[in-house]
Write a new protein. Sequence first.
Length: 234
Amino acid sequence: MHREASLSALYLQPVLHNPLGMSLTPGRREELVALADKLDLIVIEDAVYGFLSDNPPLAALAPERCVVIDSLSKRVAPGLGLGFISAPAALRERLISSVRSGGWTASGYALEAGQRLMADGTADVIEMRSAKMPRNVSASLPLVSRALACRLTAGPTISGSPFRSAGGLRAFVAAAARQGIGLTPSSAFAVGHGHAPNAVRLALASPSPEQLRKALPRLAKLLGSSAEDFDVTE
């Protein structure tokens, strides 16, 4: 791809990639940094979920090559739309010009609130508490939803890996619909005619505990079923 398109930068989300929910292993991080160095590529590291990982950021491995973008909306509060960039000194003027020309600016409230929360230590406290939540479920789940999801599916069913069904994605989505559970197939998120994995991602917002107790075990059971079982699922 680099040979064909002559890339100048590589965008990565090393912790809880959206939409797959996967995180890069330490070994893979080192490989990617080494490759970027070999090809002379800038690495744009999306670190919005970085606080949920104990692994050092890519920027720690290659500070002169990584541009880190982050936000307070994930680690502090969803309504706090304040993002920031940390970049090598050699790239800062170019990035400042790009941000200014694009018309991007933080609202006065978000900027003031974010600065105060970081200055008085509140942001650090919230981040530490968030980092203690279960990590084998997508970070988009509220705490109660995460805990129930882990317990009701016996842990491994919902993980940092994509859901995979022996009966095929279409059969799985149809079988879930017959169980009263609406799922969106991965093809809806594929760009153009790109490859859509045979997988389903759960990103729960704020369902009630009772809804989770009913729906999650049904999904777990369906994941262990075959195509023949799907055909007769009521």
